[in-house]
Design a protein around this ligand. Structure first.
Ligand code: FAD
Length: 545
């Protein structure tokens, strides 16, 4: 392995490493740790000023994970697992950021990371069999392998509305929240967007603001978090046999250890269904309610509609004003086909006298003006606009590095012109030694991402080691394998309800983005088995040289 050299002031002389890792979030940190242990030199390139990724950028009020934190953790080192105890069932952003900082310290990872360094271009040099990575500051990087750990939800979507620049007040994005916080006391605040970030922040913003106006295009299903101490039944399971608990998560559908349900909705009586639903509702757990009601809830519309009705009933009961309640009830997508949210006081926030909801289905935003937001029907004068409008998910951060040039001068954006193509969501034909962590085509956002990230990183680093030990220098999927994966992805998605919703899973939230379901819907456990089978069958679908 070559010795990593520190970025020199000389921007012309590339830093030479075996592997360049872009991103220092959950994925990038674990990659750097594994690569070092494997004796491969690596540099982390990170746009932010420190580690954390998602948890560095998303500092808005109420930012938390929505997978229980005992599950949303690294599991690669049992000692690390024991060295850290989460204070809550769903940890806040500051606590998760502290955890990632703790991990960076424990394994001394920061010394290999160049912060405030954005990767702008990447080019495969066919003769040298190396990638040349261009950065916004410091030396470029020459590396054998180029790994994008750039995150699925890291490229905030730019506002689609005219006039943002004309607005005289303050503008914030939940995904780029100021580190010193924002004082909203006594201010008239507008929040645009009711996805996860909106639903988490709205109740807290409402407590501070003089008045809060929420602009909603699509209502989401939101379930109570019932946050507090980690629930004792889950903790007992976890602590009685941590290794078995983690192993079950890895083989599960969503990366959280729950059994597969076998009873279908029509085998259960109304009373039994209601009992199951109320139990799930009280558990305050996304994966529980997404997977533990009945076997057909995510694959059959009839089984799904029963869940939808039960949730809408809850919304109706929580919100005093019937018109507001009706506007908050999702009716355009199956439950789970779009990422549901976890909420704390979200629906009841609309019962406050200082909160109002604008239904953009009835009066779309026409423009942002100097003084606020105009829908054409009404003008809303505000002091602050908060964009909680989400991300260019899964492909946004990858495509933002432009161009990524592979063999024969082909650019990734051309290859992906009709939507992302990949083998296993990890690699792309024509782009040797290029890897994506939780890329489009992998379970990614349909899973507990801590589990998916560890699986991807382990698989990639193990492959790089095997490649090196066998004396190969390049790895690349075949065209046939990539086409086969697309076919398999499509087959799997025909079995679930995800295809029936236009969401950020399909690119529908970004104007002009090619439409198609991006994550693999076959489940975390089956996906892991496939990746393992590829290896055990002699790197099936890959060309090595
Ligand atoms: P990220 O954490 O997104 O890190 C990617 C890093 O790459 C960023 O720091 C970014 O600055 C950097 N980067 C990107 N492009 C470049 C470039 N060109 N040059 C240099 N650096 C670059 N998942 C769950 O499983 N459970 C949850 O409860 C959960 N909650 C979430 C809550 C919020 C508010 C958000 C936004 C996401 C949540 N997620 C959750 C998804 C979350 O993104 C992943 O769990 C995980 O943090 C992703 O880690 P990552 O390292 O892959 O990517």
């Amino acid at each position: 392995a070559m010795v990593a050299t520190r970025a020199s002031e000389d921007r012309g002389t590339p830093q030479q490493v075996d592997v360049a890792v872009v991103g220092a979030g959950f994925a990038g940190l674990y990659l750097l740790h594994r690569l070092r242990k494997a004796g491969l030199s690596a540099v982390g390139l990170e746009e932010a000023g420190d580690v954390g990724g998602t948890w560095y950028w998303n500092r808005y009020p109420g930012a938390r994970c929505d997978i229980q934190t005992i599950d949303y953790s690294y599991t690669f080192d049992p000692e690390l697992d024991k060295a850290w105890t989460w204070s809550e069932k769903y940890a806040t952003q500051p606590e998760i950021l502290r955890y990632l900082g703790f991990v960076a310290d424990r394994y001394d990872l920061r010394r290999d990371i160049r912060f405030n360094t954005k990767v702008t271009e990447a080019k495969w040099d066919e003769t040298a069999e190396r990638w040349l990575i261009t950065t916004s500051s410091g030396a470029p990087v020459s590396c054998r392998h180029y790994i994008m750990a750039t995150g699925c939800l890291s490229a905030p979507k730019p506002p689609e509305i005219d006039g943002v620049k004309d607005f005289k007040g303050e503008v914030y994005f939940t995904g780029r929240w100021p580190h010193d916080g924002v004082d909203l006391a006594g201010k008239r605040v507008a929040v645009i967007g009711t996805g996860s970030s909106g639903i988490q922040s709205i109740p807290l913003i409402a407590e501070q603001a003089a008045h809060l106006t929420v602009f909603q295009r699509t209502p989401n299903f939101a379930l109570p978090a019932h946050n507090g101490p980690a629930p004792s039944d889950r903790m007992e399971l976890f602590q009685s046999d941590r290794a078995a608990y983690r192993a079950q998560a890895r083989q599960s559908m969503a990366g959280v250890p729950y059994p597969q349900q076998t009873a279908v909705s029509w085998q259960l009586s109304d009373a039994e269904r209601r009992e199951r639903f109320e139990r799930a509702w009280a558990a305050g757990d996304l994966v529980h309610i997404l997977s533990q009601l009945w076997a057909d809830q995510a694959v059959d519309l009839d089984g799904n509609r029963i869940v939808q009705d039960l949730i809408r009933e809850k919304i109706r009961a929580a919100v005093n004003d019937p018109e507001t309640a009706a506007a908050l009830m999702p009716d355009d997508h199956p439950f789970g086909a779009k990422r549901p949210c976890l909420e704390t006081n979200y629906y009841t926030t609309y019962n406050r006298p200082n909160v109002s909801l604008v239904n953009l289905r009835q009066e779309p935003i026409k423009a942002i003006t100097a003084s606020g937001i105009s829908t054409g029907k009404r003008n809303f004068d505000v002091d602050v606009i908060v964009f909680a409008t989400g991300f260019d998910a899964m492909t946004g951060a990858i495509r933002a590095v432009h161009p990524i040039t592979g063999r024969g001068g082909k650019s990734l954006s051309d290859v992906w012109a009709q939507g992302p193509q990949s083998y296993l969501g990890l690699t792309v034909e024509g782009f040797p030694n290029f890897f994506m962590i939780t890329g489009p085509g992998s379970p990614s956002v349909l899973s507990n991402m801590a589990v998916s990230i560890e699986q991807h990183v382990d698989w990639v680093v193990d492959r790089l080691v095997a490649l090196r030990d066998a004396g190969f220098t390049t790895i690349e999927p075949t065209e046939t394998a990539q086409a086969g994966w697309a076919r398999h992805m499509a087959d799997c998605s025909m079995l679930t309800l995800h295809r029936l919703a236009n969401t950020w899973y399909t690119g529908a939230n970004v104007p002009g983005k090619v439409q198609g379901l991006m994550p693999y819907t076959g489940g975390v456990g089956p996906y892991r088995s496939i990746c393992d089978e590829v290896v055990s069958r002699g790197m099936l679908g890959f060309k090595l040289s």
